[in-house]
Design a protein around this ligand. Structure first.
Ligand SMILES: Nc1ncnc2c1ncn2[C@@H]1O[C@H](COP(=O)(O)OP(=O)(O)OP(=O)(O)O)[C@@H](O)[C@H]1O
Length: 89
């Protein structure tokens, strides 16, 4: 199985998948070598669904503001030609 190439990270395994995304375990290449979960949302799968795009924008907006011990903390949000990437720890 091949994993996506995400700048700054070594992707080590697949953790799970949802309707529009696949979540991978990854390690940062520089600094503390932190372990993170990266949710890769496949743009080709959401682009035909207005509701999916709205849900994605809502999820990212909420994750940016929420701080709670039982909710993953979004550290970074990036995108490339194929994926929108949510990096959580
Ligand atoms: N931070 C995380 N750490 C470990 N595993 C995770 C993490 N986030 C997601 N996963 C795994 O990836 C799966 C898919 O997560 P994702 O958030 O994409 O979809 P979902 O919300 O479960 O489903 P849907 O998008 O269909 O509503 C989860 O069911 C879980 O197994």
């Amino acid at each position: 199985m091949s994993f996506p190439k995400i700048e700054g990270y070594v992707v080590t395994e697949k953790l799970g998948s949802g309707s529009y995304s696949t979540v991978y375990k990854a390690i940062t290449k520089v600094g503390a070598r932190s372990t993170v979960a990266i949710k890769c949302i496949d743009k080709s799968r959401v682009k035909h669904s207005g509701a999916a795009v709205d849900n994605l924008i809502t999820e990212i907006r909420l994750l940016k503001t929420l701080t709670h011990p039982h909710i993953v903390n979004m550290k970074q949000f990036t995108w490339d030609d194929r994926y929108v990437n949510n990096d959580t720890a």
